[in-house]
Ligand binder design. Structure first.
Ligand SMILES: CC(C)(COP(=O)(O)OP(=O)(O)OC[C@H]1O[C@@H](n2cnc3c(N)ncnc32)[C@H](O)[C@@H]1OP(=O)(O)O)[C@@H](O)C(=O)NCCC(=O)NCCS
Length: 163
């Protein structure tokens, strides 16, 4: 806490990134979501990274990777032109602007693809982050993930001129 990170960078996803992104995914769920989800829910959520679909979705969505000194520390993906599907930051660098950098970039890419608004099914952990950026809650959802029910909130932001 409090120390300044070397300047982070952004780059596109490559197929070889899948194991590292799976590790960031599981570490961020394990260490950052414990106040919002039970251990059983966290476990079910982390197991998503073990399926083949995990890498396939990262490849078929527009996935961006945040790096520090060349090493991945977080990632985010855009599905179609208007849906943020994933946003995960390694706990070692949380609260230092990495997700902000990733979502700034996705918002610009979405606007560039012609989207007028951007939608995210935000975890309870990420809801405050998205609210701060101007996303507003549309509806609460319960989704099944590996036989556990997890709540999230569909949130939406209008992409105005200048995005
Ligand atoms: C949500 C998450 C992506 C935020 O990443 P991050 O890199 O820590 O976020 P940032 O540092 O860019 O935060 C930007 C701002 O949002 C705030 N913020 C971050 N997490 C927050 C939270 N859980 N609740 C409220 N505000 C939050 C920060 O304090 C910061 O505010 P500031 O600019 O006034 O200092 C990260 O906590 C995470 O990976 N969580 C676990 C996985 C998850 O839930 N992913 C979302 C799936 S939809």
């Amino acid at each position: 806490m409090g120390q300044t990170l070397p300047k982070p960078g952004l780059r596109p996803f490559l197929p070889d990134d899948v194991p590292l992104l799976a590790a960031i995914f599981t570490a961020s769920i394990e260490e950052l979501t414990g106040e919002d989800y039970s251990e059983a829910q966290q476990q079910a959520w982390m197991e998503v990274a073990e399926g083949e679909e995990f890498g396939k979705h990262l490849a078929s969505d527009l996935t961006l990777i945040a790096t520090i000194e060349g090493s991945p520390v977080g990632f985010a993906s855009l599905r179609g032109n208007d849906h943020i599907r994933m946003l995960y930051v390694h706990p070692a660098v949380a609260k230092q602007g990495i997700a902000t950098m990733l979502v700034d970039a996705l918002e610009k890419l979405a606007a560039g693809r012609g989207a007028q608004s951007l939608i995210v099914d935000a975890s309870d952990t990420a809801q405050g982050f998205f609210a701060k950026r101007g996303y507003t809650a549309q509806q609460r959802n319960s989704v099944t993930v590996n036989d556990e029910w997890l709540a999230n909130t569909t949130m939406k932001k209008m992409l105005g001129a200048g995005q």
